[in-house]
Design a protein around this ligand. Structure first.
Ligand code: HEC
Ligand code: HEC
Ligand code: HEC
Ligand code: HEC
Ligand code: HEC
Ligand code: HEC
Length: 442
């Protein structure tokens, strides 16, 4: 008699706790969701425009040559025309707008250069800076297109929530149990039997089916995301377990910026402008700083103050004082990224000039997403011979083989068979001897 209301009260308490937990979970989710901007496309457009036009003087969240742009739109509300300002700040200062002139004075009269942007583009930039969230996770995506890997960055939340649910659930059932036992004892009945942890969890799950299935769902989602992550790393990024060795270089040379596509705001310099021996010799070679100076004698400023500092290192290396060569040149000590063991022989000309392979087939998207050069392929023997088994030798229009054909033509009829075979059939590198040990081993 005495027990019933007590048990009822306990279960009421526990539903209260349950509600509190669910509210907490919802809160955590909405907090995680807030980290993502509402309009991802606009954000990406703004980010691109910002990086191309404003990042040399502004950061979204910190002062640089100009003020942090986060909240700028709000600061201008009712005080002036932010669009006119961005398009031509010098002209706008002449209108005598007090806020603009105050700003100009505060920033030591540094001039903000005129920006050739449309209103809609300015909107995008301001949307980006207002909603700017510092990149989370190990590596911020370098291009605005969503990469499959980025969605994984939420998984720590899922783990936290699942653990939280589990702890709250188990302790709730523990409290409930001991109180029930107290009640049973008071009524002179047998207490509930002792259970092992496994039994307890199963018993708890049985009595809390909804709760248990939520946790189960979290665990499944978590494992799926992890599996996806792993598949992405293995499948898309190299095709084999690769360590992506990526040493820090004495000058932060950026391949994406120099060799990437023009429509992505890069310079699209041909690989062989710098690695000029790739066609002619065993080594592709690393350019001397003189090659850098072909451009950097005139280009002293990078896209960011950090970039400008890196360019200054080129000047230090070649002994350039901005007007003349004064000091003694000191070669830059680049750290080698690729290292084949000495017993293996690899020749660039054979692959680039004769094999007609693109650099990217072996070095990956260095011009698209490697701000820092990294080893992309595994460089194992398995990797070499796998390609040799799959790749057909490119015969048509290949000077090297045209020459062989011409010679076959000159000689006797016995070679017609071979000539026909060479013309009609696909021949893999392997069939031409690309699996012979001595071709790759000294
Ligand atoms: C060459 C450097 C430079 C570039 C490039 C530049 N700004 Fe500025 N910006 C400044 C400086 C400096 C100020 C501070 C006012 C002044 O001294 O003119 C400023 C001020 C501003 C302000 C006012 C901020 C506030 O707190 O009210 C806005 C908005 C702004 N810039 C937007 C932009 C946008 C958008 C871009 C790119 C499209 C851009 N700026 C590119 C230098 C620059
Ligand atoms: C403006 C000059 C320049 C251009 C253009 C350029 N590179 Fe490089 N590359 C360098 C320099 C300097 C290094 C050494 C520093 C480093 O590793 O980042 C280098 C390093 C490399 C490495 C690593 C070498 C090692 O140490 O094992 C590879 C691979 C590479 N480049 C491939 C390419 C490919 C492919 C392209 C074209 C898509 C290209 N590079 C375009 C200058 C250039
Ligand atoms: C068939 C695969 C393959 C292709 C195609 C290829 N490379 Fe390489 N590259 C390699 C390997 C393997 C190494 C490591 C060589 C070593 O350590 O001896 C390497 C090393 C390099 C290096 C380091 C310096 C050197 O010469 O060893 C540079 C730079 C480089 N490659 C640039 C290029 C460029 C630029 C192209 C395109 C014009 C290119 N590679 C095409 C496989 C390739
Ligand atoms: C064909 C011209 C050209 C060559 C060759 C060249 N660069 Fe550049 N580099 C540029 C330009 C242009 C910029 C500025 C990009 C901008 O502001 O949009 C730049 C920017 C840079 C930056 C600053 C990057 C940043 O994030 O701001 C560094 C560092 C740099 N280059 C290093 C090198 C080195 C090292 C070499 C030689 C191995 C080299 N560059 C060769 C044209 C070149
Ligand atoms: C992406 C494909 C690819 C990879 C990876 C590759 N090769 Fe090759 N390799 C070729 C092609 C294509 C040829 C044929 C060139 C020709 O037409 O003679 C070739 C030819 C060769 C030859 C000359 C074979 C002969 O019969 O004369 C050697 C030696 C060689 N490769 C070594 C290597 C080594 C060592 C590696 C690994 C470090 C490697 N290759 C990785 C595609 C590749
Ligand atoms: C297409 C080029 C190629 C051919 C053909 C080739 N190898 Fe290799 N081999 C390599 C490369 C590259 C390495 C270095 C791989 C590494 O360091 O992981 C290697 C490594 C090795 C190693 C050392 C393995 C280790 O773990 O260090 C042995 C042994 C070897 N090869 C034997 C052979 C034999 C035997 C043959 C002929 C049946 C052969 N290779 C044919 C490219 C080749």
């Amino acid at each position: 008699m005495l027990g019933m209301p007590l048990v009822a009260r306990i279960s009421e308490r526990s539903t209260g706790l349950l509600h509190a937990t669910l509210a907490l979970v919802l809160f955590l989710f909405s907090a995680a969701a807030q980290a993502q901007p509402a309009d991802a496309a606009l954000y990406a457009q703004g980010e691109k425009l910002f990086k191309g036009n404003c990042a040399s003087c502004h950061k979204p969240d910190k002062d640089l040559t100009g003020p942090a742009l986060k909240g700028a739109r709000a600061r201008w509300e009712g005080k002036g025309d932010i669009y006119a300002w961005v398009k031509n700040s010098t002209a706008y200062l002449k209108t005598g707008n007090p806020y603009a002139n105050e700003l100009f004075a505060k920033w030591n009269k540094s001039v903000m250069t005129a920006q050739a942007l449309q209103d809609a583009e300015i909107d995008a930039v301001l949307y980006y800076t207002d909603n700017y969230a510092p990149p989370v996770g190990p590596k911020p995506p370098t291009d605005p297109n969503p990469e499959p890997g980025t969605s994984v960055s939420n998984w720590p939340w899922l783990v936290v929530i699942a653990l939280l649910l589990l702890i709250v659930g188990i302790s709730l059932s523990g409290v409930k149990r001991s109180l029930t036992n107290a009640v049973l004892e008071a009524e002179g009945k047998e207490p509930l039997p002792d259970m092992t942890t496994g039994q307890k969890i199963r018993n708890w799950a049985w009595h809390n089916k909804a709760f248990a299935s939520i946790i189960g769902l979290f665990i499944v989602v978590f494992l799926t995301l992890k599996a996806w992550d792993a598949a992405w790393v293995v499948g898309v990024y190299g095709g084999d377990e690769v360590e992506h060795y990526k040493p820090e270089q004495p000058i932060k040379f950026n391949h994406t910026l120099h060799a990437g596509k023009v429509d992505k705001g890069n310079l699209a310099i041909n690989c062989q402008y710098c690695h000029s021996s790739a066609e002619k010799s065993k080594h592709a070679g690393i350019p001397s700083t003189n090659v850098c100076m072909n451009c950097h004698q005139a280009v002293a400023e990078g896209r960011t103050p950090e970039g400008t500092k890196e360019i200054a290192k080129i000047y230090a290396a070649v002994g350039w004082d901005g007007k003349a060569y004064t000091g003694k040149p000191e070669p830059v000590k680049w750290v080698k990224v690729h290292n084949l063991p000495d017993h293996a022989y690899f020749n660039h000309a054979q692959h680039v000039a004769v094999g007609k392979l693109e650099c990217q087939e072996c070095h990956g998207p260095i011009d698209e997403k490697m701000d820092v050069a990294e080893q992309w392929a595994p460089l194992t023997m398995g990797w070499c011979i796998k390609c040799h088994a799959e790749k057909d030798v490119k015969m048509a229009g290949n000077g090297y083989y045209d020459e062989i054909m011409a010679r076959l033509e000159e000689t006797d009829m016995g070679h017609q068979e071979l000539k026909k075979y060479l013309e009609d059939e696909k021949i893999s590198v392997k069939e031409l001897g690309g699996w012979e040990c001595s071709k790759c081993h000294y």
